[in-house]
Design a protein around this ligand. Structure first.
Ligand code: CAA
Length: 305
């Protein structure tokens, strides 16, 4: 039975120290109490991530949500490593990839992970819309065909583990098995997400899964309403916030997710389905052209310090 399955993760590796990767490292080290290896190719991102990690722990201590000893334990369980190869050297038995939402990048990374790590290491992607099946097909050792028995076994350890931002706060993990994902991988990944104190849902591997296939048309429609001048940004957001009790209005939420990420997800949805309801609005495209990415770089539908 799924409920009795142990995740058996003695060491987690997280690839990418941006807001998602850092959050995943945080809940794994603090809540699941699993040692975490963190890698990012950018030293600046690591520095920023570690500062945020300390800030989150200090805030939880100040609010008496955790003890000083809990925070110390979480700090001690996190270590930074300088390569994917080091995941193997330090004995990681699960990797969560949380790099930017780019299919080519993820495919390349999963090829490298498959080459570097043993066949029993679970390889999870935090993708929010890209085909998990496609990523899994890349997770085969060099010279092995994805459709061969060995290829299918290797791809069987890949799964989508979709966390939500801010990871320490949001209670959900959406799990997406690819066509090749084994039942053991699914059971262990689910047990791990539960150990991180998350609720779990499972979605088939369709573009955007359940979450973003429903959220992105909503956000896109709000952007088009702004574009058409139906209401101001404040009135659109306030209508949804106070009228429907959403914690944030859709434009503020788009800024919070990142406009580049919203556009990348919408393009995946549109290309993956051909359905015009997923076509990104011109305004969103232009804002990304302008490199206005939202809260992360100070300018989106709103301005940030
Ligand atoms: N990291 C960690 N914790 C954070 C945080 C962050 N970035 N931002 C806020 N918090 C914490 C605060 O510290 C506070 O914690 P305490 O309860 O311990 O005090 C708590 O969240 C509430 O924060 P605030 O009181 O400052 O503000 P708020 O009540 O407005 O909540 C929010 C902030 C949780 C972000 C809330 O506005 C919210 O839920 N917004 C919607 C977020 C959402 O929909 N996320 C999903 C995006 S989609 C996605 O991630 C997936 C995808 O594929 C695109």
């Amino acid at each position: 039975m799924a409920a009795t399955v142990k995740h058996g993760i003695n060491k987690l590796a997280v690839l990418g120290a941006g807001q998602m990767g850092l959050g995943i490292a945080f809940v794994a080290a603090l809540r699941a109490k699993v040692p975490v290896l963190l890698h990012d190719r950018s030293p600046h991102q690591i520095e920023k991530g570690l500062a945020l990690y300390d800030k989150l722990l200090a805030k939880d201590v100040a609010k008496a949500k955790i003890s000083e000893a809990d925070a110390r334990g979480a700090r001690e369980r996190l270590s930074v490593v300088d390569s994917v190869r080091a995941f193997r050297e330090h004995g990681a038995d699960m990797v969560v990839e949380a790099v930017s939402e780019n299919a080519g990048l993820k495919v390349g990374i999963f090829g490298e992970l498959a080459r570097e790590l043993g066949a029993d290491v679970i390889l999870a992607t935090n993708t929010s819309s890209i085909s998990v099946t496609k990523i899994a097909a890349a997770a085969v050792p060099e010279g092995v065909a994805p459709a061969s028995e060995e290829g299918q076994k290797s791809s069987g350890r890949v799964i989508g583990l979709h966390f939500f931002n801010p990871v320490p706060v949001m209670k959900l993990v959406e799990i997406i098995p690819g066509l090749q994902t084994s039942q053991t991988t699914l059971d262990r990944a689910r047990a791990f997400a539960i150990a991180c104190q998350k609720e779990v849902t499972v979605s088939k591997d369709v573009p955007g899964f359940v979450s973003n296939a429903l959220l992105m048309p909503f956000i896109n429609e709000a952007i088009m309403w702004l574009e058409k001048g139906v209401a101001t940004r404040e009135d659109i957001d306030t209508t949804l916030r106070l009228g429907m009790n959403h914690p944030m209005g859709p434009l503020q939420l788009a800024d919070f997710i990142g406009l580049d990420t919203c556009l990348a997800i919408q393009q995946t949805l549109y290309q993956g389905t051909g359905d015009s309801k997923y076509r990104p609005s011109v305004l969103l495209e232009r804002m990304v052209d302008a490199q206005w990415y939202g809260k992360k770089n100070g300018k989106g539908f709103y301005e940030y310090d």
